[in-house]
Structure formats: C-alpha cells, structure tokens
Design a protein around this ligand. Structure first.
Ligand SMILES: Cc1cc2nc3c(=O)[nH]c(=O)nc-3n(C[C@H](O)[C@H](O)[C@H](O)COP(=O)(O)OP(=O)(O)OC[C@H]3O[C@@H](n4cnc5c(N)ncnc54)[C@H](O)[C@@H]3O)c2cc1C
Length: 384
C-alpha cells in the first residue's frame, strides 16, 4: 500500500495498515512531517478521551471559552471538564512517524506525488524524489495529501470544492497567570463566515482568522484582527510560527473509496463544516480506512461498500445547516450581533455550550470502542 501525505491522517492510516501486517510506503514532499505545520492543533475532549495522544505533545487543558459579538460584548462559557488542548503539532507528528516506522512503515521523505498509471490490478505512482523521477508500484493507494489532494481525483474520487481559508500566528504566551482560554470572535470583516480566535494555554498563544475565500485577504484580515485583540504592536510577544491553508467546508465527500484506493482526512473532506475541526476525523476515519483496505486486500470485496461519504454526511446534517446559516449571515455585523445576543438567553445558551463542549465530532467510534465492531469493515445492510 502506498500512502501519499504524512499529515495526521496519513501517519495514522500508514501505522494502522502496517499494524495489520501490510507492506506500507508513506511518502511526503516535506523532509519531516513536522515542517511547515498548517493547523492550530486544537484537540477536543472526545478525541482526548478516545485516543492516547502523548501528554508531552499537548498544551495545558482549556475549560473556558469566551465568545465575543462584533461589538465586543463577551459571552462566557465555563466547563467543569477539560475541553480542549492545543497540540504541539511538530512534536506530535514526529512521534506518530516514529510509531509508524516502528510498526514497519517505509518512510520516503522529500518525495512528491505527480501522477498515476493504472497497470492491471496495480497502479504505478509517478514521483519526484529530490529532482529525480521515480516510480512505485502499489496494489492499493491512500490519498492523505490534504485539502487540495492531487491523488484523490486521479483515483476518480470526489474533490473538495467548498472552502474556508485560515491563517494564524503562534506566539509565545505572555506571563499572565490567566486561566487557559479559547477566545472566539464573531467578526464579519476579519473572519466572514467563520471566527477569529485567540487561544492561550500559558505557553503558546495562537491568534488567527479564517473566512470564505471569495474576496478575502487573510494576511490583511489577520493584521486587522491582531490589532483588535491588542496584539497589533510590533514585538507584542515573540512570533514563533505562521501557519495557514485551505480548510474543506462542504462536509465529507460522497465518493471517497474505489477498488484502487481511498481518501482520508482533508482529502476526503472529513472536516466539520461548522467548527472546521478536522483532527478528530483524521484519527477516526484513518483507522476505519485501514480496516477497510486490509479487508479489501484480503479478498473481502464487500468491505469497500462501507466506505462512502453519504453514510457519514447524514450524521452531519445539522452542522451543514448551520454552515449555510453562517454563509448567509456571517458577513453581516447586525446578524452576528443578534445571533450572539440570542445565544446568551438560557435555552439557546445550551446550544452554544453544546457546540463548544458537546461530544459530537466525526460520526465514527474510536477503534476499541465496542461500537466500532459494528462498523469498521462490515458491509452496510442493503438499502434495496
Ligand atoms: C489554519 C488552520 C487551523 C486549523 N485548526 C484546527 C484545529 O485547531 N483543530 C482541528 O481539529 N482542525 C483544525 N484545522 C483542520 C485540520 O488541521 C485538518 O483537518 C487536518 O490537519 C488535516 O490533516 P490531513 O493529514 O488530512 O492533511 P494535511 O495535514 O494537510 O497533510 C497532507 C500532507 O500531504 C502532503 N502532500 C500534499 N501534496 C502532496 C504531494 N503531491 N506529494 C507528496 N505529499 C503531498 C503535505 O506535505 C502534507 O504533509 C485547521 C486547519 C487550518 C488550515
């Protein structure tokens, strides 16, 4: 099996495939998966509870959220539980790579996927290693090459067409002694259709914006947003990194598997259309995909039938509906101010708490959960 892309999805899937005894090559054009990280790295409680992420790769737990209206009016939400932790993503990717290689994965850094030629039951991958062309034959392919996957469409799978664009700075947190907090800003100028965020966990401070790409300049929006949150002055706190990229916003794609291979993570559109969180989906869908691929290669041909996006999309209906509402009203300060006001009223405050603190995430159980036995590689009942 060849896995293209060593983000969280590819690293997880490659390790899980090797753990099932398959011969796996994992390749990425980066020299190390921790180079040029794209994500803020906020992990939600459900992920933290279900997956054993190494504690030294996570920041301090966050229990407090403040949601600001365009006017600056705050709505405070506090949880009795640890709700979020910001991953130290470079370290976390490094650890996931060590685990995958330890399980037998062959690691090809500095290798770019450029094309594909089907040859009988196999596929020949055309690659560039350094500047040299190279070919790799594989019986099954995993597209884990991110939001703008080149491999998924070459396999005949669906491609993302709906986006948010995000940009953030990682800064050293000031010595404040404040409780770790996730500040979210409704801001139609700086973050049309999404939010601006500032996460402080005592060590790192992430300040970022995302919005619908049409007419959106993330660099300008981030500069304006930094000023709004009091980080405008040069040298406010030490700048450590700048991160960003495209975020699929249309929900998990319909066709994500075929006899030659499948897509995982952003390449499958497996990102919450509402919160834009994709890390939980990377872990769940990649484990599931590894089971499906192993069964398929073992001759259980029906396994691929369980790997279709429609099956997951039906469980994301409310999030897709809220995404449409945000697309419609997210550029209007008046709408956002009214929505924020409504969320402060008790019955709707529960909705806000549910969005931030609920256990809803990607609709697949974690491996090891008894419910997982009902779905990983089992075919779905016939729909007639
Ligand atoms: C600014 C921003 C902030 C975010 N914050 C959060 C958050 O806080 N919490 C959360 O849950 N989600 C967040 N997300 C979403 C989340 O980061 C993604 O859903 C997740 O990281 C996707 O992982 P992936 O492995 O599918 O893709 P990626 O991490 O994009 O990995 C794809 C890999 O493929 C490689 N690649 C691409 N093309 C090729 C090629 N042709 N040949 C070889 N290699 C290739 C790339 O180098 C890369 O390593 C954020 C996204 C952005 C952009």
């Amino acid at each position: 099996v060849a896995v293209v892309g060593a983000g969280l999805a590819g690293l997880t899937c490659a390790g899980a495939l090797a753990g099932r005894g398959l011969s796996v090559t994992l390749l990425d054009f980066k020299a190390h998966p921790g180079d040029r990280v794209r994500t803020t790295g906020i992990f939600v409680r459900r992920t933290l509870e279900d997956f054993p992420l190494p504690g030294d790769c996570l920041g301090a737990p966050v229990r407090r959220v403040v949601l600001y209206a365009p006017s600056g009016r705050p709505l405070e939400l506090e949880s009795p539980r640890d709700e979020f932790r910001v991953g130290r993503m470079g370290r976390l990717y490094g650890r996931a790579l060590e685990t995958a290689v330890g399980a037998g994965v062959r690691w090809w850094p500095g290798t770019r996927y450029v094309g594909l030629t089907p040859r009988g039951p196999h596929a020949v991958l055309h690659l560039e290693r350094g500047r040299r062309p190279e070919a790799l034959s594989a019986s099954f392919l995993v597209a884990a090459d991110g939001a703008r996957s080149a491999l998924a469409p070459d396999l005949g799978l669906d491609a993302n067409r709906s986006w948010l664009v995000g940009l953030e700075e990682v800064r050293r947190a000031p010595l404040s002694g404040r409780a770790p907090t996730f500040h979210c800003f409704l801001d139609p100028r700086c973050a049309p259709g999404y939010i601006g965020w500032l996460v402080e966990d005592g060590e790192e401070l992430h300040v970022g914006v995302a919005g619908r790409p049409r007419g959106y300049d993330p660099s300008r929006a981030l500069a304006e947003f930094r000023a709004r949150v009091g980080l405008g002055a040069a040298g406010a706190t030490e700048l450590l990194e700048r991160r960003g990229g495209y975020i699929p916003a249309g929900g998990v794609l319909a066709k994500i598997g075929c006899p030659r291979g499948l897509a995982v993570g952003d390449a499958a559109g497996a990102v919450s259309p509402l919160t834009a969180g994709g890390l939980d989906a990377c872990l769940r869908l990649s484990h599931h995909a590894a089971g499906v691929a192993a069964d398929w290669l073992d001759g259980r041909r029906e396994s691929l039938a369980s790997y279709g996006g429609e099956r997951f999309r039906t469980r994301l209906v409310s999030r897709l509906a809220l995404r449409r509402i945000l697309d419609w009203g997210g550029r209007s300060a008046l709408f956002l101010e009214a929505a924020h006001g409504a969320l402060g009223v008790p019955p709707l405050k529960a909705v806000a708490r549910h969005v931030f603190f609920g256990r809803g995430s990607f609709p697949l159980p974690a491996p090891g959960d008894p419910a997982a036995a009902l779905c990983p590689s089992a075919p779905e009942p016939s729909r007639g």
